[in-house]
Design a protein around this ligand. Structure first.
Ligand SMILES: O=P(O)(O)OC[C@H]1O[C@H](OP(=O)(O)OP(=O)(O)O)[C@H](O)[C@@H]1O
Ligand code: HPA
Ligand SMILES: [Mg+2]
Length: 181
């Protein structure tokens, strides 16, 4: 995906170097906060995988990692923002310091549902970390504890973010050309 001809890209928002530097900064904050903790990173499949693995490798504390997957219902027979867990965590999070890791928080429906669901499992603490925050589209108010970048109200691809399941493996984040969306 390093070929210069990428007609689906409008403009690059964050380069590989910018993302790496910002992840180092956020990882330092997380390492400091959970220095004496019992941190469990929980990634939301599939988009967060690329960010979570980069973030985890930049931490200076030992962590556990687990993943879950969700399904969103957006057909006419159900309300918008209805989310359910399609693949659950492998392990209990009771007594652990949980960090929910997202690639993007957009309307906030997914993160709110997951935070509420995980909070019901008896963790010691729970916090939200996202690579991208598109707060202009927020419907559900949310506290974001760790955030790499705020982005404009445009559809983005790369570093885990897809368009029709493609482009997750771009090592930068770009705005999709409007005529491709
Ligand atoms: O704030 P929200 O409006 O709820 O949107 C954010 C969610 O949407 C995306 O997931 P998607 O459903 O595209 O799945 P994917 O991670 O497999 O691409 C993203 O990874 C978040 O989980
Ligand atoms: O901008 C986006 N790109 C890819 N997936 C997404 N899911 C929510 N917003 C986005
Ligand atoms: Mg997606």
């Amino acid at each position: 995906m390093r070929t210069p001809a990428m007609p689906m890209i409008d403009r690059v928002l964050f380069s590989e170097d910018q993302i790496r530097e910002r992840i180092q900064e956020v990882a330092a904050q997380i390492s400091q906060k959970y220095e004496n903790g019992n941190l469990r990173m929980v990634g939301v499949l599939k988009g967060s995988v690329f960010f979570l693995t980069a973030l985890a490798r930049a931490l200076t504390i030992p962590v556990k990692v687990d993943f879950l997957a969700i399904s969103s219902f957006s057909n006419h027979s159900s309300a918008p923002g209805v989310v359910r867990i399609a693949k659950d965590l492998d392990d209990s999070i009771e007594g652990e310091d949980v960090l929910l890791v997202e690639d993007i928080v957009d309307t906030g429906f997914t993160a709110r549902y997951l935070l509420q669901n995980l909070a019901g499992r008896g963790p010691n603490s729970i916090a939200l970390c996202t690579m991208l925050d598109r707060s202009a589209r927020r419907i559900v108010p949310l506290q974001i504890d760790f955030r790499c970048f705020e982005i404009p109200d445009r559809f983005v691809i790369g570093y885990g973010l897809d368009y029709k399941q493609l482009y997750r493996n771009l090592n930068f984040i770009a705005v999709l050309k409007p005529d491709r969306a």
